[in-house]
Design a protein around this ligand. Structure first.
Ligand SMILES: Nc1ncnc2c1ncn2[C@@H]1O[C@H](COP(=O)(O)OP(=O)(O)OP(=O)(O)O)[C@@H](O)[C@H]1O
Length: 263
């Protein structure tokens, strides 16, 4: 896996030697400040190749900032960030160019002559082949998000960065999109870093869930539940409750309130 090293902008970014790295992400002593305030403060993070990691944290704690840094979109940093050269990112808003048909959007930014067959293959993978020639404005929210995922897939990423990709979808479409990401991850075997506000989504999908706070990874939890996972599993509920506690969310105490007990 070819690796990029992102160092502070004062030092030119260098490419690490190619070869198989024992990690998909390695972040060491990362600091990012805005107006003198460190939003990320000497953060450490490793993600293994093929690992699915979810990142939770209260609003404004720096999740998107971290993701943008990993994507190489923000290099005004201190510390070291090593990420695979083949990486792709999908955001909450699909960011499709309205003047390009879906298949051309999928290929946007890829070097070389646009290859419709490559776009079509990725669109097939996300169940959107029938919309290959559509204009973005004719897509539903879920379809647009799938087109955005196809755009990530054509890059054949070793690391897929997802910033709240399901945040704007209705509940049913969201469940379908979660299943699709799960399938794609299993098929492609790439590492995934998913930023989400949804604790259930994190526990459903991830091998490991991180909670970010005060500029660092404040808590992490391996999710050792069998897949496919379901919220009916008592251990699922236990892990969800622990994560909510770590996020500072008050929960009703079942011992104080018998209506929460299922007998
Ligand atoms: N370009 C910028 N200039 C100044 N401040 C910024 C900039 N980008 C982010 N910030 C600040 O950094 C902090 C972290 O922002 P970030 O978007 O990473 O949070 P987040 O955890 O992703 O939030 P949310 O869950 O609400 O999306 C916020 O206080 C935000 O205002």
């Amino acid at each position: 896996m070819a690796t990029d090293v992102h160092r502070p902008v004062t030092t030119p970014a260098v490419n690490a030697p190619t070869g198989s790295a024992p990690f998909a992400v390695r972040v060491d002593g990362l600091t990012r400040s805005f107006d003198g305030r460190a939003v990320i403060d000497r953060l450490h993070l490793d993600v293994k190749p093929g690992e699915f990691v979810a990142l939770l944290g209260r609003s404004g704690c720096g999740k998107s900032t971290l993701l943008r840094i990993l994507a190489g979109l923000d290099r005004d940093i201190e510390g070291t960030v090593l990420v695979p050269r083949r990486k792709a990112v999908a955001f909450q808003s699909p960011r499709l160019m309205p003047w390009k048909r879906v298949w051309r959007n999928v290929l946007l930014g890829l070097p070389g002559k646009p290859r419709r067959d490559v776009a079509e293959q990725a669109l097939t993978e996300v169940g959107l082949k029938h919309r290959t020639d559509a204009w973005p404005k004719t897509l539903s929210g879920g379809e647009a998000q799938r087109a955005s995922l196809a755009r990530a897939l054509v890059r054949e990423p070793d690391l897929l960065l997802l910033d709240e990709p399901f945040g704007a979808l209705d509940a049913l479409t969201r469940i379908k999109a979660q299943r699709l990401v799960d399938e794609l991850w299993q098929r492609r075997g790439c590492a995934v870093l998913l930023v989400t506000h949804d604790v259930e989504e994190a526990v459903l999908l991830a091998d490991r869930v991180l909670v970010m706070d005060e500029g660092v990874i404040a808590y992490e939890r391996e999710i050792d539940l069998d897949r496919p996972r379901g919220i009916a599993d008592p251990r699922f509920a236990e892990i969800r409750a622990e994560l909510l506690r770590r996020l500072g969310v008050e929960q009703p105490d079942a011992t104080q309130n018998p209506s929460h007990n299922v007998s």
